[in-house]
Ligand binder design. Structure first.
Ligand SMILES: [Fe+2]
Ligand SMILES: [Fe+2]
Length: 590
């Protein structure tokens, strides 16, 4: 799918340019390569070849054309890096730039060819133009020179630019759209892809003639911008490939920051000295020639295991094809900045966009699955924890001849009172889990005391009272909030409001609220439910007992909270009902 999209883009824009590129351009009839003294003209002309960059040995190139001229005819020179001089019928018409300077390429040249007083209409004239450079780096017009009246030239320029500016707009638009898509899937900002998009947009804009209208006054700034896009593209590409394939070896970082450092030096250097740039440009273009095969090799290597690498490979393969096409178009000149052509970059960008979106979508799906698994695991852990606590509490209660349902009921009553006290939902949940452990300390009380059929001696009862401290010590070592709470309840659930309880005789609010609640719930259940040794007390008697001891054994308001919820209390009793047909003589549970 991404491959097909890339190819479609490539064909679309190649078609657009083929249709629009060749407007009323000046037909070159001959060229002359070589230096001539000032005032001399070439005598021998070669057939024209289309060339862009000329090697270091050459300092001067001449071009010849014949054109029919009227008084309103102008010659438009789109892109010259150095000095240009134009002659009409061996007469010097115009001269611009300097053989030592680079800036002339950023100024549009519109030269009148027809003379105003002349009556020679549509007379054919010979036009010569000479380009000179002393930098060892001869930049020739990349685009055809245009001839015509000013409105014809203007229309041709606009037509030529439209394709590029439409592409710039499309790339910026798709960059913004993709940021939104990525943010939607992954809640993250994909900075590299955005930087890549902006860089390609700048690169394409720099191919446009419109740069003169925008940056005419700031050619040096614009030149730096163009170089920035040229030098930093490989860096952004490499960062994206690294991120997408999670390449983390040391040499990957070295390559990335090496590219960045090189780009920075080149851009800053170009602001200072053109010669400096020229010395960097050739090695860089050589490097670019090697960079693409290197990238393809890395992607092919990782593609064995990584499906994303295979898909990104497709994008760069298209770039490779367009680069080869460009070289062929340059008619034999291999070193050219056109090697990383705009169409190829667009294909690469679209490819990245599609692959990265698909990658993020699949990651988002995976994440959702994981979150669900974690959630169900959490629920599993919580219910296991609850189960363990209940079983443990049941064991403790069973030793003192209580039933498993006792702890469940006490826990529900405590939750009921807690709700009336205004505890938070989390606190109530914790309370529900912690309350069953109130008599855990009974596990440390010997059977002959715990199960003694007759009344306990004073010593035995004193030991029995220690189940509160034993329980506390068993539970307090845990750092979990639930066991912290349970340890307080275990310690204080036999304290009384009037200070007559045990183990420490704490009074009123010195006793923790959780323990005060548990005391009411625990005693209420002991009275109101069947035991193997006694029958449940009738409701009225239980109420009377609680009210009588309210303010001394129990906190008054907590008793009233419980009794005011009679219906709910009966529902709990019904749900966790214990049926005993044994003997019923005995005492209220401790
Ligand atoms: Fe107890
Ligand atoms: Fe109990």
């Amino acid at each position: 799918m991404p491959q097909r999209l890339g190819v479609a883009f490539l064909l679309l824009f190649m078609g657009l340019e083929a249709g629009w590129a060749h407007v009323s351009s000046l037909q070159i009839e001959g060229i002359f390569l070589g230096e001539l003294p000032e005032g001399h003209f070439p005598l021998s002309w070669q057939p024209p070849t289309r060339i862009h960059w000329v090697g270091t040995s050459l300092r001067e190139v001449w071009f010849r054309a014949k054109v029919k001229v009227s008084p309103s005819t102008f010659l438009y020179i789109p892109s010259i890096d150095h000095e240009i001089t134009v002659y009409t019928n061996s007469q010097r018409m115009y001269s611009f730039g300097s053989p030592r300077d680079f800036l002339s390429s950023f100024v549009p040249l519109l030269i009148p060819l027809g003379s105003q007083e002349s009556d020679e209409k549509d007379k054919e004239q010979e036009i010569l133009w000479r380009i000179r450079s002393e930098t060892g780096f001869l930049g020739l017009p990349r685009l055809p020179l245009l001839v015509g009246n000013t409105s014809e030239i203007f229309q041709a320029l606009v037509r030529r630019d439209v394709v590029l500016w439409v592409m710039v707009a499309m790339i910026l638009f798709s960059a913004l759209a993709s940021l939104a898509v990525f943010y939607w899937y992954s809640r993250q900002f994909v900075g590299w892809l955005f930087a890549f998009a902006v860089t390609i947009a700048v690169y394409l804009a720099s191919r446009s003639l419109a740069k003169w209208w925008i940056f005419g006054l700031y050619p040096r700034f614009y030149g730096s911008l163009e170089l920035w896009s040229l030098f930093f593209l490989p860096f952004f590409v490499w960062q994206m490939v690294r991120g997408m394939l999670s390449l983390s070896k040391r040499w990957h970082s070295v390559l990335a920051y090496g590219l960045f450092g090189f780009g920075l030096v080149a851009v800053l250097g170009s602001l200072v000295s053109f010669h400096f740039l020229v010395t960097l440009l050739y090695p860089f273009e050589l490097f670019l020639l090697g960079f693409l095969p290197l990238l393809l090799g890395i992607l092919a290597y990782h593609g064995r295991k990584n499906p994303w690498a295979r898909e990104v490979f497709a994008g760069f393969f298209i770039l490779g094809i367009t680069a080869v096409l460009d070289i062929l178009r340059e008619q034999g000149l291999i070193l050219s900045e056109h090697i990383f052509t705009a169409y190829g970059w667009v294909a690469v960008f679209v490819n990245f966009l599609v692959v990265e979106t698909r990658r993020m979508r699949s990651m988002a799906k995976e994440n959702q699955k994981m979150v669900k698994e974690i959630q169900s695991l959490n629920i599993e852990i919580l219910s296991t924890q609850k189960e363990v606590i209940l079983r443990l509490s049941e064991i403790a209660e069973a030793r003192s001849r209580e039933t498993g349902n006792h702890v469940r009921r006490v826990s529900e009553y405590a939750a009921l009172i807690g709700r009336k006290c205004g505890l938070s939902l989390e606190e109530i949940d914790l309370l529900r889990l912690a309350v069953p452990m109130h008599d855990l300390g009974k596990l440390a009380v010997p059977d002959d005391i715990l199960h003694k059929p007759s009344k306990l001696t004073e010593e035995e009862f004193a030991f029995m009272k220690k189940h509160t401290i034993f329980g506390y010590e068993m539970l307090c070592k845990s750092s979990r909030p639930i066991f912290k709470m349970a340890s307080i309840i275990a310690l204080e659930h036999h304290e009384r409001i009037d200070g007559q309880g045990y183990p420490y005789g704490k009074k009123g609010e010195e006793i923790h609220l959780y323990a005060r609640i548990t005391t009411v719930a625990d005693v209420f259940d002991s009275l109101s439910s069947n035991r193997c040794y006694k029958k449940a007390w009738p409701w009225d008697e239980v109420v009377a007992y609680l009210r009588k001891n309210s303010g001394t054994q129990f906190e008054h308001r907590l008793v009233e909270y419980l009794l005011s919820e009679e219906e709910e209390v009966h529902r709990i009793q019904h749900t966790y009902f214990d049926d005993f047909q044994g003997d019923t003589n005995g005492t209220v549970s401790s």
